[in-house]
Design a protein around this ligand. Sequence first.
Ligand SMILES: N[C@@H](CCC(=O)N[C@@H](CS)C(=O)NCC(=O)O)C(=O)O
Length: 242
Amino acid sequence: MELWTYATPNGWKVTIMLEELKEAGVDLPPVEIRTVDIMNREQFEAEFTAVSPNQKIPGLRDGNRTLMESGAILLYLAEKYPSPLLPQDDSKWEVIQWLFWQMAGVGPTFGNKLSYTRYMDDVPAEQKAHPLKRFTAEAQRLLRVLEKQLERKDFICGDDFTIADIACFPWVRGWKWSKIDITGHANVVAWVKRVRARPGVDRGLSYGFSQDEVDQWSDKTKQQYASGGASIASNESIDSGG
Ligand SMILES: N[C@@H](CCC(=O)N[C@@H](CS)C(=O)NCC(=O)O)C(=O)O
């Protein structure tokens, strides 16, 4: 198996998944990690486009099967290697529903909020004001939904940690970078702490970073992500990509 990825929230979903499968006792085949340097436009190269036609990480190759979209990759791995990360009875639909909620809601909203907060220095403040207000409000609404879902539960779908938690965690734990304040949502804060403490999550999150930077980026790293993010998020990059 080959995982094509980069150290970002969507990339960490899959590195966490692989480590959590190992924690669940699955005997995984060797996985070759192919880093796609999205800061240097490697996502547009033909070799990667063959794996991910949408030209975004993560991508997976398993024999003749290629897959893009982190949610599809999580489902693929969860089905291929059964474990409590995706129940096999009817309750799997609960997990799939929250997985899609992350993909359609949390990912795009947190991603857009992050872009306007960190990656659009050249856009005048008055032009950013409305999108910032909108994505902040929508992110807070999604956090209220998550807060309620986590009432009296350790994880999003109950007692078991699942691919729904894996999908949501990397975006929510990055709240300081995206400046989406989670501190008013006590269940969410406790859940982030609980998930972060898992050994599989710890190993998966360390992809792309030295141990001392996993939870606290250095100024140099912040600078690198800010300038790389700015060139990825620019309209010119979208127009010229692919
Ligand atoms: N919905 C996709 C989103 C993937 C995505 O946006 N990946 C980003 C990194 S987190 C990327 O590759 N960006 C490069 C670009 O936009 O050119 C997924 O969940 O896999």
